[in-house]
Design a protein around this ligand. Structure first.
Ligand SMILES: [Zn+2]
Length: 215
């Protein structure tokens, strides 16, 4: 199996491009920084945490995963997410309950999932749940769908908010527990805000949002 992956994936570090490894120890360490609370341009309706700035190993790994089909990078990004979630929980920032933690991936459009490397945020959430499983069971509930939103790259904050308005559908109730919304990169907060609003309309509170990076 590893040999097959070898054929498909050039063996360079997905975080820094170093040869002969798919993920190096330095990039692993870079992803295990403490999560930071950030203020978004648009109010989200829940505290927004991020694993760090959208640069360096974090940026490269997200781009390689989304645009270059490096599905193997969901695992290290998931480990970083798991460590951040466990830390937030230790800080009492996930609602303070010891009930199940439910990761709800931010919505992706069907065309984006096809064009890119699949639903990468869900893949990272599943990897995080696998990492955390021995110490803290986490459930992944991919119940949000994006409907009608165009790609928001290059849009202003106001245009992003307008583009995102009413475009998040909740397809099913998430698993019972404390809901944490997860996205790859936060820019203005428009997608997170629409997701929190859509869940609130279904009576589901969001304890916190967390992103792999903040642009
Ligand atoms: Zn590296």
């Amino acid at each position: 199996m590893d040999d097959l992956v070898e054929l498909a994936v050039p063996r360079t570090c997905g975080g820094c491009g170093a040869p002969r490894v798919r993920w190096c120890a330095r990039c692993e360490a870079a992803l295990h920084d403490v999560p930071a609370l950030i203020r978004t341009t648009l109010p989200v309706g829940a505290p927004v945490w991020t694993l760090g700035r959208y640069d360096g190993a974090r940026r490269r790994a997200v781009l390689q995963l989304k645009e270059r089909g490096r599905g193997d990078l969901a695992a290290p990004l998931g480990r970083g997410l798991a460590h951040a979630l466990l830390r937030l929980e230790a800080w009492g920032e996930t609602g303070g309950s010891c009930g199940p933690l439910v990761l709800v991936p931010a919505p992706t459009t069907a065309w984006a999932a096809r064009r890119r490397g699949g639903d990468v945020v869900t893949a990272v959430c599943r990897a995080a749940a696998r990492t955390a499983a021995p110490v803290r069971p986490m459930t992944v509930s991919p119940v949000l769908r994006s409907v009608g939103a165009r790609d928001s790259v290059g849009l202003s904050a106001a245009a992003r908010a307008e583009n995102a308005r009413g475009t998040v559908r909740v397809t099913a109730p998430p698993a019972p527990g404390t809901v944490v919304l997860v996205d790859d990169v936060v820019t203005t907060g428009a997608t997170l805000a629409e997701s929190v609003a859509a869940l609130a309309r279904r009576g589901v509170p969001v304890a916190a949002a967390i992103t792999l990076a903040a642009a």
